[in-house]
Write a protein that binds this ligand. Sequence first.
Ligand code: ZN
Length: 217
Amino acid sequence: MDSALVVFSGGQDSTTCLFWAKQKFNRVVALSFTYGQKHAKEVEQAEIIAREAGIEWQCIDASFISNLASNSLTNSTMQMDTEKPAGSPPNTFVPGRNLFFLSIAAVVAREHGIKNIVTGVSQTDFSGYPDCRDEFIKSLNQTINLAMDYQFTIHTPLMWIDKCQTWEMADKLGVFNIIRTQTITCYNGVIGDGCGNCPACKLRKIGLDKYLKIRKI
Ligand code: ZN
């Protein structure tokens, strides 16, 4: 397999996927999006990580997403859910985000002559987001293939692993310290270990603490 496009936010998961792709493919293009997110710093950080890794980086304005529906990642007046409410996704869910991102990514990939698309979604730690589930990815893969009459393969290296195993994967790829210090997972845009209080920081820390206990490298 020759080339891949990675949907790249500059967070722990997509950065791990970026280096996974770099090892697996000859050519990698990283694609980031601005979508009116409060923590816009993650996009600046995504560019820095890609540049330092010698990976082509592209950024697309998808800010229409934040105008379509209200959510606490793009609406600064909304209080962020810290727990998943019963029966619905938390208000950090951005409706349609992965649908739009992956559809746009497919168009960009096709322009580059790329058939492999990599995304860091995980059903294991999916936080109640329906567009992180394997069923959605497989369905969308079929849809974009039909939409463009092109044989894309969407790769989801993190689909069935948890945050602890994602840290392990980063370590095996030799990028543990880059992931730990350079990525932004935090919903408040704090680099590395983050603010420590938001749901994304808590999930990341639980995985990290668990991994550090069993770390052999
Ligand atoms: Zn945080």
